[in-house]
Design a protein around this ligand. Structure first.
Ligand SMILES: N[C@@H](CCC(=O)N[C@@H](CS)C(=O)NCC(=O)O)C(=O)O
Ligand SMILES: [Fe+2]
Length: 292
């Protein structure tokens, strides 16, 4: 089996990992989960993270086949639209993005939002195969954290985003609109049924105990060492996940980010004064925990 070359790019501000997965033979590649920088205090955007990735492509003589997102992120803006505009590469996500668009269209009271996924060039079905150069890639629908979440399996590597984190960090939360701890459990079981030596690349690392950021594990490692799955039953996992989720405040940027990410990372259009604006719903999540 052809083994992809994987490079991870850590965004310290959001604890996100962005990936370049490359075919060693053809020098063709995909970017997964790129971040568009946003500072909510000043309302400023920047393309620092995405430009580091573009620079990496140039230095390693890589040609971009795809800009991929695993799910509509709740903690940062996607840089997919920016990277498509810069490179012309097609942008893709899972087909259930349409369901997520409908949920958030109602939360934002946004009747004009196209909820057909037409903002992307391709919507992937569960199990759908595709190519990155000579590499065989396929999609595994992995709902739970969001309704639309998918994992990308490329050769012996799986990009599993917000399902399992590093073994010392457990699993992703499942309490966003459309989330489900039960679905997350099923999605995790499907990932753990991949071969033991599969390289797993996670979507976030929050550096527990102040350790260095890490993002690569294996199926065997997760089965042995992740306390959310090792020796857990489905019932216990759901209980643990739901109990913990009730204590977690919403991500700092969830209300900013979803309105951008359900449009593939496209910022709202400028108003007549040339400025773009975000819209924040008030009291949309009355039962959510407050940040201290
Ligand atoms: N403190 C972070 C939390 C972000 C967050 O909720 N991350 C999600 C993934 S998008 C998660 O699963 N977090 C698990 C946890 O915080 O235990 C923020 O405000 O952005
Ligand atoms: Fe997420």
């Amino acid at each position: 089996m052809l083994r992809p070359e994987v490079a991870g790019f850590y965004d310290q501000r959001t604890g996100s990992i962005q990936y370049v997965v490359a075919c060693p033979n053809s020098r063709r590649c995909a970017i997964i989960d790129p971040v568009l920088d946003f500072d909510e205090k000043s309302g400023s955007t920047a393309t620092t993270n995405a430009d580091v990735i573009l620079d990496h492509l140039q230095r390693h003589d890589l040609k971009l086949d795809w800009v991929l997102d695993t799910h509509p992120h709740a903690d940062h803006f996607s840089a997919a639209a920016y990277l498509r505009a810069k490179t012309g590469a097609p942008m893709a996500i899972g087909e259930h993005i349409r369901d997520v668009q409908r949920i958030w269209r109602d939360i934002y009271n946004w009747p004009g939002l196209a909820c057909d996924g037409s903002q992307w060039d391709r919507l992937f079905r569960d199990g759908e195969p595709f190519k990155i150069g000579e590499l065989d890639a396929r999609v595994l629908h992995s709902p739970g954290h969001t309704l639309a979440s998918i994992s990308y399996i490329v050769g012996d590597a799986a990009f599993i985003h917000d399902t399992l984190f590093m073994p010392d960090s457990g699993t992703a939360r499942a309490d966003f609109p459309g989330g489900s701890a039960e679905s997350l459990w099923q999605s995790i079981q499907a990932i753990l049924s991949l071969p033991d030596e599969t390289r797993l690349f996670t979507g976030h690392d929050y550096m527990p105990g102040g350790r260095q950021p890490l993002w690569e594990s294996t199926v065997a490692d997760q089965k042995r060492n992740n306390p959310h799955v090792a020796g857990q039953s489905r019932h216990d996992f759901i209980h643990l996940r739901e109990t913990r989720d009730r204590t977690l405040p919403m991500p700092r940027l969830i209300l900013h980010a979803l309105q951008v990410n359900i449009q593939g990372g496209e910022l709202p259009p400028a108003e007549e004064n040339g400025r773009r604006y975000l819209k924040i719903p008030i009291d949309a999540f009355p039962s959510s925990a407050w940040s201290s």
